[in-house]
Design a protein around this ligand. Sequence first.
Ligand code: ACM
Length: 538
Amino acid sequence: MRQHRTIPRLRLLGSLLLVLAAGVAGTGAAPDGAAAAPAVRPLGDIVPAPTSVRPSGSPYTLTARTAIRVDADSRAARRVGAYLASVLRPATGYPLPVVDDDEARGGIRLRLDARGRELGDEGYRMESGRQGVTLTARTPAGLFHGVQTLRQQLPAAVEHDTPRPGPWTVAGGTITDTPRYGYRGAMLDVSRHFFTVGQVKRYIDQMALYKINTLHLHLSDDQGWRIAVDSWPRLATYGGSTQVGGGQGGFYTKAQYREIVAYAASRHLEVVPEIDMPGHTNAALASYAELNCDGVAPPLYTGTEVGFSSLCVNKDVTYDFVDDVIRELAALTPGRYLHIGGDEAHSTSHEDYVAFMDRVQPVVAKYGKTVIGWHQLAGARPAPGALVQYWGLDRTGDAEKAGVARAAQNGTGLILSPADRLYLDMKYTKDTPLGLSWAGYVEVRRAYDWDPGAYLPGVPASAVRGVEAPLWTETVSSSAHIERMAFPRLLGAAELGWSPAAAHDWEAYRQRLAGQGPRLEAMGVDFHRSPQVPWRTE
Ligand code: ACM
């Protein structure tokens, strides 16, 4: 949906405005040669790139008297308004009361309008001018994404948690914006290293700023089981008691998991929990001897090898276990999906793998969820409606790619997470201290510069449901580590998921990404300052 100005013209105009604004803003020469940011960020100078941008009229400047007006009859809109106020208050120091919309003019208005069909389930329109800024959407999620746009149009200093001088000015004009894909995800592996609820919330907040709407939690692996299961309690209490390198690990109680789900929902993210099966199961096998074919529990594992473990496919107790785990996890999870892993089952024969997936997928359906599996599931019989998550690379063999394409042609949806593009744990360069390099080095351009809609040969564009950036944590054990690897590459994934294909342009992207540097800094995110990006200062 592209109204008004088309993207190529927008790009030209945007670059021109950037150049002009940088020239006239009079902010002086920046230190260390970085470009100084313009005083008022040009409309649309955000990540992900909006669908349509029409600069016009005068800018709007927040004041100490600005109110956030919301539809009186919508609690959801009021919640988005309260969220916006909570984002803007610390740095502006303004009270920003959230009040019922009284049709008075001015200030910030959040409007839900069910008639705005063209805005879809997540789109919004932002109109700004001298009097104020109005966000309109059909859904609270759309309003929430609009709030992220408004936030990014303000100076980066708005992200500080203590008062700054301002002024807090938004360029004038209209943005109309809808996502390319409904699935825009990030995965956090909480198994190889455990991350606390607080650490997960922090990452959720960072994702929300870039309109990511799905948090995939990799909750089990060889090194740790991270979710309480009442019917099999040792999974968490024993299987969760360590992690890579032998640290103490941890797990989420059901209350903590619900807290993560609720927090994600408050940021309009859906949680996709993953229990990886039949491989990547040493933590479970160590916790319950009966899950092993030989009845002997292996020791806990704190290394980083893959492919050595398997549930015992021919034992009935395996399916009692799977049923119990999926039932309890489904009951905790309001989202549509349950991810059953299925990758690197190198200790399971192909016949056993297919038989296992034939028994496990109906269990997911029985408890009301839709299956997601890593793309090896395409080599079995994906259930109707299942999605597979592609994590191959350029060098992945044609036969494997063709198998995924065949599944897609037969109706299986695809989430794209090519490891040599979107794996956030790959090193940027050989000098990156953290991360792995089995899929190669993934600098910022490589992460961004490809088209999900035309990536795998033979896959109909309609089969692609979106993209996801996984962060595996063999080498990652703190929020600082997460941020160093995720930023700025996560922004590229976010843009691939949201922005129209016609807006895809590395040169324009790296200019807009450059403007996110001061914002990430203000948020306390120590990101990778890639030399591919002309980082700005503000
Ligand atoms: C994977 O990276 N084994 C999905």
